[in-house]
Design a binder for this molecule. Structure first.
Ligand code: KG4
Length: 335
């Protein structure tokens, strides 16, 4: 089944053609440069840029797949969650395309597709497994019970891990998107130089809280500024990265013990983090847990992961009609 899939939930316009877990093409037009001068994504600009590039991106995805329009069996699109204006561009384009090609329209949840990014490179990965889903807007520990059945067992009470990285990086004067740059400049050997808090929450022991950590970094920088002191950026980046990884890893391994899962997948933009991957590799190997994470080119937003998840959504009967609407928020375990 050849699926043409579209992603426009944030600052990447992407389209792909996939057949099952095989990616025939995957075109990504990133808006990062345009948003960089503002230090973050400007929703209005994102929507406009999706509108400008979506036709070309879809056309290129079809061309690069070697298929023609008549070979497309379904159109899939990210419909939630994300920036509402940005999502609407993809959803409306997909609706029109599905109608004109007379093929089914498959709605895909953005976080489900991040998890599906793992299926592309790891043909052996099958539910059930545990997933640490960490992106710019979400931080969840999810049980993937089946391809379209999810149970959230841990979540952030406030900011996402990516938000914590991005805002701390911005306060450090690093360019957007801060999480990636912060990871690059972080000096692990100086990770104990700055003492940062390890916020814990009451109630569910698998939940996270990142906002206090973010504020601690911002305050540390402001205090140093006021005293005319220089910040050692690689040391601060290393300290923050270590702390965020401590929190993510501690809860994920605790979740594995509590649930008995012997397979863990990482997903979302923050799963590109080098320390998170390395430490999880070592710790999972010690515990006899199989660890999966997506290749770097599939960690960020892309159409291919949407198409792969769409295949399973279609198989489970999740098909939309022309009344499909975008939603800014929607839980991954929606039915
Ligand atoms: O999943 P994603 O591409 O978009 C959302 O759906 O949110 O995630 C973007 C987030 C940003 O916060 C970005 O800074 C973070 O992923 N990120 C990283 C790294 N690469 C991307 N954070 C830490 N280390 C990285 N190497």
């Amino acid at each position: 089944m050849n699926i043409l899939s579209i992603e426009s939930s944030c600052d990447e316009t992407s389209a792909a053609i996939v057949c099952g877990r095989n990616v025939l093409s995957n075109v990504v037009a990133t808006q990062i440069e345009r948003h960089r001068i503002f230090g973050g994504v400007v929703p209005e600009i994102a929507s406009r840029m999706h509108t400008e590039s979506i036709s070309q991106v879809v056309k290129q995805a079809i061309e690069e797949s070697g298929l023609s329009q008549s070979d497309i069996d379904a159109v899939a699109v990210t419909f939630a969650p994300g920036l509402i204006g940005a999502l609407l561009v993809g959803v409306n384009f997909a609706k029109g395309l599905a109608l004109s090609l007379d093929v089914p329209l498959i709605p895909v949840h953005h976080l489900r597709s991040h998890i599906a990014a793992n299926y592309i490179a790891h043909q052996d990965l099958k539910p059930p497994f545990l997933c640490l889903m960490v992106s710019g807007g979400n931080s969840h520990i999810v049980e993937v019970l089946d391809y379209t059945k999810f149970k959230i067992i841990g979540r952030t009470r406030d900011d996402a891990a990516g938000e914590c990285f991005d805002k701390a990086a911005r306060a450090m004067g690093l360019p957007y998107p801060g999480g990636i740059i912060l990871d690059k400049i972080a000096d692990a050997s100086k990770a104990d130089m700055y003492k940062l808090p390890h916020p814990r929450v009451e109630g569910n022991e698998l939940d996270f809280s990142f906002s206090g950590l973010k504020t601690a970094v911002v305050n540390l920088i402001h205090n140093a500024d006021q005293k005319g002191q220089e910040i050692d950026k690689p040391a601060l980046a290393g300290s923050l990265r270590k702390k965020v990884c401590d929190m993510l890893i501690e809860n994920t391994l605790k979740a594995a013990t509590l649930t008995g899962h012997k397979t863990i997948a990482l997903a979302g933009g923050v799963s590109a983090n080098s320390e998170l991957r390395e430490r999880m590799e070592t710790l999972c190997a010690k515990r006899g847990i199989k660890l999966y994470y997506p290749p770097l080119n599939y960690c960020g937003d892309n159409g291919a992961m949407v198409g792969v998840q769409a295949f399973y959504e279609f198989e489970s009967g999740n098909i939309a009609d022309s009344s499909l609407n975008a939603a800014a928020t929607l839980s991954i375990d929606y039915r």
